[in-house]
Write a protein that binds this ligand. Sequence first.
Ligand SMILES: NC(=O)C1=CN([C@@H]2O[C@H](COP(=O)(O)OP(=O)(O)OC[C@H]3O[C@@H](n4cnc5c(N)ncnc54)[C@H](OP(=O)(O)O)[C@@H]3O)[C@@H](O)[C@H]2O)C=CC1
Ligand SMILES: O=C1OC[C@@H](O)[C@H](O)[C@H]1O
Length: 390
Amino acid sequence: MATGNPYTLKWGIMATGGIAETFCKDLLCDPAVRGANDVRHEIVAVSSSSSSQRAAEFLQRIDGAFDAKTYGSYAELVVDPNVDIIYVATPHSHHFQNTMLALEAGKHVLCEKAFTVTAAQTRKLVETAKAKNLFLMEAVWTRYFPLSIKVRELITSGEIGTVFRTIGDLSINLHAKEGSGLQFSDSHRMVNPDLAGGATLDLGVYPLTWVFQTLYHLQPEQDKEAPTVIASSNKYTTGADENTAIICSFPGHNTIGIASTTIRADTDPENLIPAVRIQGSEGEIQVFAPAYRPLKYKVVKRNGEAQTFDYPQPADPARKNWGHGMFWEADECARCLRDGKLESATLPWKESIVIMETMEEALKQGGITYPELITTDVYDPKSPLNTGNQ
Ligand SMILES: NC(=O)C1=CN([C@@H]2O[C@H](COP(=O)(O)OP(=O)(O)OC[C@H]3O[C@@H](n4cnc5c(N)ncnc54)[C@H](OP(=O)(O)O)[C@@H]3O)[C@@H](O)[C@H]2O)C=CC1
Ligand SMILES: O=C1OC[C@@H](O)[C@H](O)[C@H]1O
């Protein structure tokens, strides 16, 4: 435990949608409730691409500080001198241009998943952060859960012997109550190609996170091996993928990862089936749904002995018992910045690039394409994705 004053990270929030609200409520929880005494967070500014009024309403909704700034454009947010780090919470389509906007203004960035639409875009973000000496992290919050950390430790310590395979699924039944469609309109970010919608970029990144954090992340640095990828998708009427399966093979390590996702059925309708299975010569670790917010795992040994472990979500009584689990990734950002690190060792830039390459390859094999405006890796501060016109 650290002594002295906690390091304070001052956040600027870009976009006022669903996940921005969840993340900000987590930022405002007392870190001591989750046992973090070395870092703390302040939300000093919020921006909406539509209006400053929307940003002000958001600030009220999250019960944020009355003196936080509210802006009606992303461009104003990124030049606020009081902001240390920008949280980018726009749709996938916007991540590249919005993150570049922030980096070019000299701000550190935590950007929501999926990091970008193409691997070239991720590479460009990383090059820019490196050149400008700025911190950059993809907001794959799952990796920072105590349960994820524990599972990685169990694998490393040989709890289930030699690991050969990881199978992960994140599927949510969004099938319409009537008809053959889905529960939302074609313009919704989940299925709208203009917003880089689709199961892979929205949900598939989580089973892939389990494949990567168990089969790739733990590979020794000198033997790091990107996977070969075989994938298949079914398309929704909009052209976005609704059902995708990805096989990642690491031949040099004799392991295979299988990641699947669909928005037509649930991973676990009965709350019985593990969402993730990490399988080794001496047993397996089962992680229960949802794959993005892991709170329970089971170790099943080869001889059939089994033990379940619960990791209940810390909740802050002073904030209406709020606690979602996104604060752990925020704490990681604070610690990296405090310690002068530009990237997180738990999700290094190189790994984000390989994951994006994997998703890009899967989408290619599935025949999924996205428009030029959102796939270009040429930064344009005046892109409609930065000005709120798209
Ligand atoms: N980590 C997690 O658990 C989750 C992560 N996500 C990720 O967060 C991101 C945002 O998702 P979510 O919050 O659910 O999405 P929402 O649609 O709820 O919010 C997106 C926000 O982005 C801004 N925006 C800017 N341009 C557009 C546009 N053309 N269309 C729609 N919104 C636009 C808007 O804010 P404004 O008007 O203020 O500019 C909008 O409110 C995605 O990358 C998603 O994958 C989503 C859910 C869970
Ligand atoms: O990141 C996410 O996790 C939860 C899902 O419901 C959501 O669609 C997705 O964006």
